[in-house]
Design a protein around this ligand. Structure first.
Ligand code: MG
Length: 337
């Protein structure tokens, strides 16, 4: 009898501040999965639901898995865990031989950012700052101008679809033209709408992240491409093969990011990013995988100390963390045939 055996270990991440424009600073629940395949290889993946973006709860997804039903998020978890398993089989680290991609600096909560922190980020070599916007547009506008003008950063602004088209236009028009060129892109200004996005794209380059699933990809052609220039790709949440096809077809760039998830998820995203950078160096922009410092330190993130805009290497096979993963008190799901 050949079965796939699933085990899980639930964890809690404690945010240091409000994270994501729609999240409140409450503990976030996820689970690591340990998956053993019939060909006798074992790999690890991360399941980190965002109910704010419509995901089913962690318990719901685990219960469903117990009954043989796989959520879209779990499909990615399993696919990434399989990559981990194949690397572990040969005791190889997934990052081996891959270029390291620089990350942007993430500001989750503009209220909490300090001058000292920005000075440090500059000194450490960050060139891009990702600023979560959409809560207090006036304040964010002031910070954006300050980051460009006084600190010399380039910006990625992420509205998480929370701006109105009017707010967005006001925001952009208040940033003088020379400074606007320092905005690399604006991510998900508002819910996807062909005409509204096309009009917004006259002011600044747009990127699609959470709105990715609302894009009517099949209606676009090489000669009539979508109204954005960048796909923000989260390997934890999107089919990466399909996204890469879209990027090729429509000549889009990609910024690969974590899902603000567990360090195991962070390293999965980083490995995929390195792989894509090696294959398509001109397509891959600075990454957004350096997100674990948004949470209180734990035994995993302790192995990823801040090191400028690059992630530290984690020793071990696959995504690393071998000893910690082996020592976790795993709970078995019913074996699935
Ligand atoms: Mg986003």
């Amino acid at each position: 009898m050949s079965v796939i055996q699933f085990s899980f270990w639930k964890y809690i991440l404690s945010p240091k501040s409000r994270i994501g424009s729609v999240a409140t600073p409450t503990a976030r629940h996820g689970a690591l999965l340990c998956i053993r395949w019939p060909d006798d290889v074992t790999g690890y993946g991360d399941l980190f639901p965002w109910p704010e973006f419509g995901d089913e709860s962690l318990d719901h997804q685990l219960d469903a898995l117990n009954e043989g039903r796989v959520s879209a998020g779990l499909e990615q978890t399993i696919w990434l865990a399989r990559r981990d398993a194949q690397a572990r089989q040969y005791s190889q680290n997934l990052m081996k031989g891959l270029p390291r991609v620089r990350n942007h600096y993430l500001i989750n909560d503009p209220d909490l950012v300090t001058d000292a922190e920005l000075g440090d980020a500059k000194k450490m070599g960050y060139q891009y700052i990702k600023l979560k916007c959409g809560k207090d547009i006036q304040k964010e506008l002031e910070l954006a101008v300050k980051l460009i003008k006084l600190r010399g950063f380039q910006l990625r602004l992420d509205f998480n679809s929370r701006a109105t088209p009017a707010d967005f236009h006001t925001f952009m028009q208040k940033i003088p033209e020379p400074l606007r060129q320092k905005i690399e892109f604006v991510e998900d200004p508002f819910p996807y709408n062909e005409n509204l996005w096309r009009s917004a794209s006259q002011l600044v380059a747009l990127a699609v992240d959470q709105e990715y699933h609302r894009v009517p990809w099949e209606t676009y052609t090489e000669f009539s491409p979508p109204p954005f220039k960048v796909i923000v790709l989260k390997p934890a949440r999107q089919d990466t093969v399909k996204a890469r096809e879209f990027a090729h077809r429509f000549r889009l760039k990609m910024a690969i990011t974590s899902s603000l998830d567990h360090p195991v998820g962070v390293m999965h995203a980083a490995a995929l990013c390195g792989e894509f950078k090696k294959l398509y160096p001109n397509m891959i922009l600075d990454a957004g995988c350096f997100s674990h410092t948004s949470y209180e330190l734990d035994q995993f993130s302790a192995l990823l100390p801040p090191k400028g805009p690059y992630l530290s290497d984690v020793t071990g096979s696959g995504v690393g963390f071998d000893q910690i993963l082996q020592a976790l008190p795993w709970t078995k799901l019913r074996d699935l045939e």
